[in-house]
Design a protein around this ligand. Structure first.
Ligand SMILES: [Zn+2]
Length: 500
C-alpha cells in the first residue's frame, strides 16, 4: 500500500512592502494585524484606506475581523484577523485555521498571507503559524467520492516578510501532521494492519530508515502475551509490532528518542462490545501510531542529528470465538502477569509489550502516544491532551512545551499508590479497575510497569486527537495532535538536558 502524496504546496516569499502586483496574484489574502491597527499599518497595503473603513464598520470581536474584495482583476478576497502583541501560539494557530476556512470555503487557488504591525521576530513566528494552518488545509485527506468537492489551495505567497523566512520546520511538521491525519482518517476496510505495516515499509524504504516487522510468530517467541491477547481476536494474523529506525549518523547508535504508538486499526471493544455511538469513530484508534510515524517523518525531513526508534503496535480489537475475555491471565514480554478485566481496555495491553521492547534498547527518552481513555477527555476535554511521566520533575517542562508550540498538554500523577486500585488475586495486577474512576491515571500507572531500565518516559493520552471542528491550526476532526508537540520537545527545549 502506498503512502499519500505528502509534497507541500509551493511557497513563495516577497520581501519588503506589500505591493499591488504581488497582491494581484492572490485569489485570497489572509491579513493579520495588531488588535488596534492604525492608519500607519493600513498605509502599508494597496487599497489600505478602503480596508480600514470596512474594518471600522465591521462588528467588533468577530473573526474574520473584516471581509472584503479588492478592486483588481482577481477580485482578491481579503479576510483579516487581529492579534494582541503577546498572543499565544495556540491563538495564532487558531486564527490561521479560521482565516483559511473563511477565505477558501468556496474557491481556492493562490493564497496570500500578510502580517503587518509586528516586530520582525514576532512577524516571523506569526507567518509560520498561519502557514502551518494553510499547509494543513491544502492537504487532501483520503476521499473516495467519485467527484471530489473540495476547493484546493494551489500555492501560498508570504507577502511583506521583513527578512527571508525559514519555513523548513513548518513544512516538515506539516508533512508529519498530514501523514498522521491521513492514516487516522483512512476507512478501516481500506487499510488493515498489514496494509499499514506495508505502507510504513514503503516510507522506510524511500527515507532510508531500517524496518523490522515482528509478526505474530516473532511476538510469541518474544513472549509478548499482552499484545497477543488483543491480536488473538483477529481471524487472521495481520497483527504486528513494527520497528523503524532512523540513524542519521552511526548505524549502530542507541536511540536518543523512542516513539511508541497505539495502532488499533479498529476497536470494537472486543468481547465487552462497545455500543454504536462509542464504536462509530474507532477507525481512529490507531492515531497514536500515526502520530509516532508522523513525528519520525518530520524529524527525518529536517535531517535532525538524533537517533530515533519508532514502534507501531498494530492490530484490531475484535469479537469472535478466539477473542480474549475478562479474567484471562496473560504474561507480558517482561514476565509480568496481567489479569484481564475489560476487553475494551486493549490499548494498554498492546502498548505494554511495545514499551517493553522499546525501553530494552535504553533510549535517552521514550514517548508513547495513544487514544487511550475516556476519563482523560472527561478530565480535560478534547482541547488538551494528558501527559504522564515517570520523572515528575518534567511536569513544568511538559506544560511549557505545550504552551510554546500551541499543542497544549496537562500533566497527571501516576505511580505506586494508584497501583493499589489494580491489585489482583490471580496475577501481578489487573489490567484496569472495574470501577473506572481516574482510568487515565490508572492506565498510565499500569503502563509504567512495562518501562524497563528506568528509562525516562512520557505517555501522552491523546484526548485532543479527536476534536469536532478541528483544533489549533488543523480543521479536521482528527487533529494529528502530538507531532508538533514532540518537534517542540526536540527543537525548542533541550531534550537531553531535561532528562539527565
Ligand atoms: Zn478500546
Amino acid at each position: 500500500m502506498n503512502p499519500p502524496d505528502l509534497k507541500n504546496i509551493r511557497i513563495f516569499q516577497k520581501l519588503g512592502n506589500v505591493d499591488t502586483k504581488s497582491m494581484a496574484a492572490c485569489d485570497q489574502l489572509l491579513l493579520v494585524l495588531p488588535k488596534k491597527p492604525s492608519v500607519k499599518h493600513f498605509k502599508q497595503l494597496p487599497q489600505g484606506k478602503k480596508l480600514q473603513q470596512i474594518l471600522r464598520a465591521s462588528a467588533p470581536g468577530s473573526t474574520p475581523a473584516l471581509r472584503s474584495r479588492l478592486s483588481n482583476q482577481k477580485q482578491t478576497l481579503v479576510v483579516a484577523g487581529l492579534l494582541t502583541k503577546d498572543s499565544s501560539a495556540f491563538e495564532q494557530l487558531t486564527l490561521g485555521r479560521q482565516l483559511v476556512q473563511a477565505a477558501c470555503s468556496e474557491k481556492a487557488g493562490s493564497l496570500g498571507i500578510s502580517v503587518i504591525g509586528f516586530a520582525d521576530d514576532e512577524q516571523a513566528t506569526i507567518f509560520n503559524n498561519i502557514l502551518a494552518a494553510t499547509l494543513a488545509a491544502a492537504f487532501q485527506l483520503p476521499t473516495f467520492k467519485t467527484k471530489p468537492a473540495k476547493a484546493v489551495i494551489k500555492s501560498v505567497r508570504l507577502l511583506g516578510v521583513a527578512a527571508k523566512l525559514d519555513t523548513s520546520r513548518t513544512e516538515a511538521e506539516a508533512k508529519g501532521n498530514n501523514l498522521a491525519r491521513w492514516l487516522t482518517t483512512m476507512p478501516p476496510n481500506k487499510m488493515d494492519a498489514v496494509d499499514y505495516a506495508d505502507l510504513a515499509k514503503t516510507l522506510a524504504k524511500s527515507h532510508a530508515w531500517s524496518y523490522t516487522r515482528f509478526d505474530v510468530k516473532a511476538l510469541q517467541e518474544l513472549g509478548a502475551g499482552a499484545f497477543l491477547a488483543v491480536a488473538q481476536g483477529n481471524d487472521n494474523d495481520s497483527a504486528s509490532i513494527v520497528r523503524i529506525r532512523y540513524r542519521p549518523g552511526n548505524k549502530n547508535a542507541t536511540a536518543d528518542l523512542g516513539l511508541v504508538g497505539k495502532g488499533i486499526i479498529f476497536d470494537t471493544g472486543g468481547t465487552n462490545l462497545k455500543p454504536f455511538q462509542s464504536m462509530l469513530d474507532m477507525h481512529g484508534d490507531m492515531q497514536g501510531s500515526a502520530v509516532a510515524l508522523g513525528t519520525l517523518l518530520a524529524i527525518s525531513e529536517l535531517q535532525l542529528p538524533i537517533a530515533v526508534d519508532c514502534w507501531l503496535a498494530l492490530t484490531e480489537n475484535r469479537t469472535g470465538p478466539n477473542a480474549y475475555k475478562s479474567q484471562d491471565v496473560v504474561t507480558a514480554a517482561n514476565g509480568k502477569t496481567i489479569q484481564t478485566v475489560h476487553t475494551d481496555a486493549e490499548g494498554r495491553m498492546a502498548l505494554a509489550d511495545a514499551l517493553v521492547l522499546a525501553s530494552r534498547d535504553k533510549p535517552a527518552l521514550l514517548f508513547d502516544y495513544a487514544t487511550l481513555t475516556g476519563t482523560c477527555v472527561s478530565a480535560i476535554t478534547t482541547h488538551y491532551s494528558g501527559v504522564f511521566t515517570n520523572r515528575v520533575d518534567l511536569h513544568p517542562w511538559l506544560k511549557r512545551t505545550g504552551q510554546n508550540c500551541g499543542e497544549r498538554v496537562w500533566p497527571f500523577p501516576i505511580g505506586e499508590e494508584f497501583m493499589h486500585a489494580l491489585k489482583s488475586d490471580t496475577a501481578d495486577f489487573m489490567q484496569c479497575s472495574p470501577k473506572g474512576a481516574g482510568d487515565h491515571i490508572l492506565a498510565a500507572s499500569f503502563l509504567s510497569e512495562f518501562v524497563e531500565n528506568d528509562t525516562p518516559w512520557v505517555h501522552m493520552d491523546l484526548s485532543a486527537g479527536d476534536n469536532e471542528g478541528g483544533l489549533g491550526h488543523v480543521a479536521s476532526k482528527f487533529t494529528g495532535f502530538g507531532v508538533r508537540y514532540t518537534m517542540s520537545v526536540i527543537l525548542d527545549e533541550d531534550l537531553f538536558k531535561a532528562t539527565d
